[in-house]
Design a protein around this ligand. Structure first.
Ligand code: MG
Ligand code: MG
Length: 269
């Protein structure tokens, strides 16, 4: 069942989503070779609780942390650990919060120090997939239009599009109907109406689209161990234009003053 949101509910989801964005910005200030993802997780949890909210992922189906941290070949759902980040890594950080009864959900893939040209291209392409998909999130279009936009752009670059994990509706629940796959056909799936709020989240692999789940029961990585990137926004479907409820503006401002994370893929959107 799809829960369409009132304008008031969309504003509450915006508040939660912007807190996610600001949390990711707080984390972005600390990204550098030598820091551990467990340290980043602690920074995020404290920031969320200081802002009268609850980490949205912690305890969700038993997930033990505030952040999903997914370096290099990890696609999503990686556990924060005591392993130090290294120059040249990429790191996807996915965060959710629950505030006033509503969730927000967003993810950004960071460069640790300087990264190789092929990794830069992967990040920029994945970010562009997200932008192109958001352009399709308008009243009267279908979910398949969003999916097709991601798949076409990624596959044109020769990348693999993950099938096993998808975007989703959200609101009072972190995951609601409809599913928002990153592959599919124009004109197929749910026709989007006013009040629909979805998380759009392309997960794009440099090599094969195939995935493996690690023994911890959570971590999903590429089966060929090539790198994977992930960007996510929470979006309210709009008439003629989508309303992006999360924001990369805070993150990219933070990155501008962090010499240890040198790639800024967006234009603050
Ligand atoms: Mg997410
Ligand atoms: Mg999500």
């Amino acid at each position: 069942m799809v829960f369409y949101k009132t304008k008031e509910e969309v504003e509450l989801i915006r508040e939660s989503s912007l807190l996610v964005s600001k949390t990711l910005a707080e984390v972005a200030r600390h990204i550098r070779p030598g820091i551990t993802t467990r340290q980043l997780d602690k920074i995020a949890e404290e920031y969320i609780r200081d802002n009268q909210a609850i980490p949205g992922f912690k305890g969700y189906h038993g997930f033990p942390y505030t952040l999903c941290v997914s370096p290099n070949e990890v696609i999503v759902h990686g556990f924060p650990s005591n392993k130090e980040l290294r120059e040249g890594d990429i790191l996807s950080i996915d965060c959710g919060v629950l505030k006033n009864g509503f969730y927000g959900d967003s993810a950004y893939t960071f460069a640790v120090g300087d990264i190789s040209m092929p990794l830069r291209k992967l990040l920029v392409t994945t970010y562009t997939c997200l932008s192109l998909a958001i352009d399709k999130a308008i009243v009267g279009n279908c979910i398949g239009d969003v999916s097709d936009a991601v798949q076409k752009h990624a596959e044109k670059a020769g990348y693999g599009v993950v099938r096993e994990l998808v975007g989703h509706g959200l609101g009072r629940n972190l995951h609601e109907a409809p599913e928002v796959p990153n592959f599919g056909y124009k004109g197929k799936g749910l026709r989007m109406q006013d009040g629909l709020v979805i998380a759009i989240e392309p997960m794009i692999n440099m090599g094969t689209r195939h995935v493996v789940q690690e023994r911890d029961g959570w971590t999903i990585r590429t089966s060929d161990r090539k790198a994977s990137a992930h960007f996510e926004h929470t979006v309210a479907v709009g008439k003629g234009k989508a309303d992006i409820l999360s924001s990369f503006e805070f993150i990219e401002q933070a990155l501008q003053s962090n010499p240890n994370s040198k790639l800024i893929v967006g234009q603050g959107k």
